[in-house]
Design a binder for this molecule. Structure first.
Ligand code: HEC
Ligand code: HEC
Length: 327
């Protein structure tokens, strides 16, 4: 009798695991519908220049889409070709930032303007897969999105095939159930560019993604789990050859205006600008210091003013490189 019960339990578990494995393998590549934004690339030189500025500056496309071997150059704020390069080695598998030069075969040459715009506005790739929440340009204005796509089209095409993403089982589970398209498509018009906190909010939340790294989140699902900009996320360190350093990590500081625990609590506007002009202090951290160093004074002032308006949150973090793997 007991044997039969045990056998029954084992069979139920085996069946449940089999169903999970089958479901996950059927679902992880699932596709989603999202509208194609009505945005067409332009050949207007001012438009292309704005797009290039965003891509190599505040929107830091270069930080992920230039090869890891060019990290030092990108880090100095230079313009390395966006032929693909950052390899994301994550707990759920490896993902490879693609070549976004206009090469027909290995780049974005075959993607329509609408497909590129949809990837950036909704997090839905050209083949319909949902993209993890690392390019949160969902509320970027039509004009800025148009500028970026116009710039992408104007680049020299470079042939550079990239590996296919390699998800492990955990990754397939995450993609089967948790990763979904993001933006709701309800994009407010961009505020006019000036040094106010209103424009700073647009830069921080729609272009530079400060919150993506400085707001606490679940590193597996990407879900936000704590007060805005209060820091505490663990990240890997990259060595000079672009490899992840084993056994080390860095934490994002609290950048809310909390008097005691906020990293910038006693920074003046001038200190903030100077910190961004100075660029990297700790080698190999994921803060895009190089691209950000290209931001204008006006934008940095706007960002500073905006960060002064966010809710001050007490949140301790440890500064500098720490022992222990990031994940
Ligand atoms: C934090 C790293 C990161 C940043 C910053 C970033 N990307 Fe990406 N991008 C990726 C990764 C990783 C993928 C692959 C996603 C996938 O296939 O699931 C990707 C995919 C893409 C794709 C292909 C989408 C498709 O349909 O297959 C385009 C186009 C793109 N990025 C453009 C940009 C542009 C333009 C910027 C700057 C405005 C940018 N990215 C900033 C990491 C990044
Ligand atoms: C891709 C992740 C990432 C993004 C995006 C990011 N940061 Fe950071 N930031 C970090 C990490 C990691 C550190 C700690 C290591 C370091 O200072 O390099 C850091 C450090 C800082 C510091 C402290 C520097 C110091 O020397 O004390 C400030 C201030 C800061 N970030 C502000 C910002 C602002 C403002 C934005 C948006 C414009 C932003 N960060 C975007 C990851 C990020």
């Amino acid at each position: 009798m007991l044997k039969k019960v045990l056998l029954g339990i084992v069979l139920v578990i085996v069946a449940a695991v089999a169903i999970l494995v089958i479901t996950v393998n059927l679902r992880y590549n699932r596709t989603f519908d999202a509208p194609y934004p009505d945005i067409q690339a332009s050949t207007d030189s001012a438009m292309i220049a704005r797009g290039k500025y965003l891509a190599y500056g505040p929107a830091h496309c270069s930080f992920c889409h230039a090869p890891m071997t060019e990290f030092q150059r990108v880090d100095r704020g230079e313009e390395a070709p966006l032929k693909g390069g950052f390899d994301f080695k994550m707990p759920f598998g490896n993902m490879f930032a693609p070549n976004i030069t206009p090469d027909e075969e290995t780049g974005i040459g075959k993607l329509s303007d609408g497909e590129i715009a949809r990837a950036l506005r909704y997090g839905v790739a050209h083949d319909g897969r949902a993209i993890i929440d690392i390019m949160p340009f969902y509320d970027m204005s039509d004009d800025d999105l148009k500028a970026i796509i116009s710039f992408l089209r104007s680049q020299e095409p470079i042939h550079n095939p990239r590996p296919k993403h390699e998800l492990n089982f955990l990754g397939k589970v995450v993609f089967s159930f948790l990763i979904k398209p993001m933006g709701d498509g309800d994009v407010p018009p961009a505020p006019s560019p000036d040094s106010t906190a209103v424009y700073g909010a647009y830069i921080a939340n729609s272009i530079t993604n400060c919150g993506g790294c400085h707001t606490p989140r679940d590193m597996m699902t990407g879900a936000y789990t704590g007060p805005e900009f209060s820091g505490g996320n663990k990240f890997e360190i990259i060595d000079e050859n672009g490899n992840i350093v084993k056994g080390k990590h860095v934490m994002t500081p609290n950048i809310t205006p909390d008097k005691e625990t906020g990293r910038m609590a006693d920074w003046t506007q001038q200190d903030f600008i100077k910190r961004f002009r100075d660029g990297r202090a700790i080698p190999g951290t994921p803060m895009p210091w190089g691209p950000f160093s290209r931001m204008s004074d006006m934008e940095l002032i706007a960002l500073y003013k905006y960060l002064q308006t966010v809710t001050p949150t007490r949140s301790e973090y440890t500064l500098g490189i720490q022992d222990g793997d990031p994940y």
